[in-house]
Design a binder for this molecule. Structure first.
Ligand code: ZN
Length: 147
């Protein structure tokens, strides 16, 4: 009986050990996508809540339901939070641009590696990086190559 239990444990442990990288990888990718999307959603939600609170606050102050001290304190708190949210949104935006830049760089490098055969054939593209050529321009807008 003890041998049977030991065998089962060994099979289970080795099975988990073999399959673990597969689970971890798919779960990891899923998490990254989910995380970046929910953070943006969460920030946008929070932003609209803060802006609504600011409006409500001003309304309540005008209706005399808040003292000036309370109003100033709350108003400053919401405005600080709004500033932090906007800052974080900017950072997310910047990281998207970074992705674009990296993609563009990879495309340019690929074009350099594989684009030699099509260089002469495609005159609408930069011979160096493969970026679309702008009519009347003497230099490529992407890499500065003379056209
Ligand atoms: Zn170019």
């Amino acid at each position: 009986m003890a041998v049977w239990v030991a065998c089962t444990v060994v099979v289970l442990v080795s099975g988990i050990y073999v399959l673990r990288p597969l689970f971890r990888q798919s779960a990891g990718n899923f998490d990254v996508d989910l995380l970046s999307e929910t953070e943006l959603d969460r920030l946008l939600d929070r932003k609209s809540v803060v802006y609504r609170n600011l409006k409500d606050l001003q309304l309540e102050f005008r209706m005399g339901r808040l003292s000036e001290d309370d109003f100033r304190q709350l108003d400053e708190g919401y405005k600080n939070e709004a500033a932090l949210i906007l800052q974080r949104l900017d950072q997310l935006d910047a990281s998207e641009h970074l992705d674009e830049m990296i993609e563009k760089d990879i495309r340019a490098k690929k074009a350099k590696l594989f684009g030699t055969a099509t260089r002469t054939a495609d005159s609408s593209r930069c011979p160096s990086c493969g970026a679309p050529r702008i009519e009347g321009k003497k230099f490529c807008g992407d890499c500065g190559q003379r056209l």
